[in-house]
Write a protein that binds this ligand. Structure first.
Ligand code: SF4
Length: 419
């Protein structure tokens, strides 16, 4: 789920190119170059693909070694950022040689890194010779949040989302998802349990995480593992457009915070913004959210609401939203079980939507506050490097027709797609 709140003012371009449509001309060549360092036809196991349970199985069943070796290796990789088995000095020489033969520690390739003076970063990461995704780090008072991507592009086609205009190529592997965390943590000098710079992860980058369930759940397990990044359950948030059956499965198999991109209080409006609503309308989605909250007693669900001028920012929509949220609290039997995040729309080239005025945003928020709801307005950060919510774009070898259609639309409207 592409999030729409990400940072930065005073951005300095540290690395390579300004991205046109997320990618600059030269960046495309760099994707191929960066990713070509990954040897083709390499059948070794990438340790980044394995959470603690599967790594223990790998040591025991595939290598015939003791399970506790998995713990040593995890610490080397996620706490000390080692990728070379030769550096893992508390493993015997024979085991290191066996690992060299059977496994690799391979993270995505960093293509460029844009940084702001306030510490905000956006990374373009090469995943294979043709595809790249973006991850964004947002520092704030006492916390540092990483926005992580789950797919190359997205198939869901939410109408207000920049990622959607690029179409879809494929799901990211567990290694490619946790690799984003690893790259950010290493860059920040993060030391789990000691010098913690990365305190929160939101699965809100490119893609719909619940359409890539197994890989995302495994990566989130490494994020929360003490031998991984040691993040508390409530500090890892999965944001979904509302894939109802998978919300139930997530409730059974994981323990993370749930955020749902609602954006509208009625089916008619929501279907026009989030086509998935046709399959899982609001009532069905809210039922799933109630079941999730009931399973995780005491935890809330966050409802994201991107405010778009004259589309969903009117008093009647605020009233509809209040009703939905109050009904949710009543069913979960907990005050403030539903939290609302208001996200002013972040424009991108060729979009037909606009950001409401500050006055309209405040008026909408006031209506929610008057009904007793806490509804913070998310500060827009990073819009000048296209890192704000809903603006993330990497390089996607589109397997749908959507990116071609978007380009045609831009040409017809005489809009430049360069950032
Ligand atoms: S199309 Fe929808 S689900 Fe996909 S990334 Fe964009 S907002 Fe998220």
């Amino acid at each position: 789920m592409s999030d729409t709140s990400t940072p930065a003012i005073d951005i300095t371009l540290l690395g390579e190119p300004q991205a046109g449509d997320g990618m600059a001309v030269g960046a495309s060549a760099q994707v191929a170059k960066a990713a070509s360092r990954i040897p083709a036809g390499d059948s070794r196991t990438n340790i980044f693909d394995l959470d603690r349970a599967s790594l223990e199985r790998f040591f025991e069943e595939d290598l015939g070694e003791k399970r506790f070796r998995a713990q040593q290796v995890m610490k080397w990789i996620h706490h000390r950022y080692a990728t070379d088995f030769a550096d893992m000095t508390d493993l015997g020489k024979a085991l290191r040689a066996k690992l060299e033969e059977r496994a690799v520690v391979r993270a995505p390739q960093m293509i460029f890194d844009k940084a702001s003076e306030d510490g905000t970063h956006k990374w373009l990461l090469g995943m294979d010779p043709k595809n790249a995704i973006e991850a964004v780090f947002i520092p704030d008072k006492g916390r540092g949040t990483l926005c992580v991507s789950s797919q190359v592009g997205c198939a869901l086609n939410c109408q207000f989302c920049s990622t959607a205009t690029q179409g879809f190529n494929r799901n990211l592997t567990t290694a490619e998802i946790i690799g984003q965390v690893w790259i950010a943590a290493r860059h920040l000098g993060n030391v789990p349990h000691q010098r913690r710079k990365l305190t929160n992860v939101v699965m809100m980058g490119m893609g719909e995480p619940l359409m890539n369930f197994d890989n995302v759940v495994r990566a989130m397990s490494i994020m929360r593992d003490d031998l991984g990044y040691g993040l508390a359950n409530k500090r890892v948030t999965l944001s979904t457009a509302g894939v109802v059956p998978m919300i139930d499965r997530l409730g059974e198999e994981s323990d993370v915070s749930l955020a749902v991109s609602l954006h509208a209080p009625t089916d008619e409006l929501r279907t026009s913004l989030v086509p998935l609503n046709k399959k899982y309308p609001i009532a069905v989605l809210m039922d799933a959210c109630v079941r999730y909250a009931q399973r995780k007693r005491g935890s809330s669900v966050t409802f994201e609401y991107t405010l778009m001028k004259d589309v969903n920012d009117q008093p009647e929509q605020a009233r509809g939203l209040v009703k939905l949220m109050q009904e949710f609290d009543r069913r979960v039997q907990m005050k403030d079980a539903a939290k609302v995040n208001l996200i002013p729309f972040n424009p991108y080239p060729g979009t037909r939507f606009a950001r409401p005025t500050d006055e309209a945003i405040r008026a909408f928020q006031k209506q929610l506050n008057s009904a007793g709801m806490i509804a913070p307005v998310r500060r827009t950060r990073g819009d000048d490097i296209d890192a704000a919510c809903g603006q993330l774009k990497g390089q996607v070898m589109d397997r749908t027709r959507r990116s071609a259609e978007h380009r045609k639309h831009l040409q017809a409207s005489g809009v430049s797609d360069a950032a």
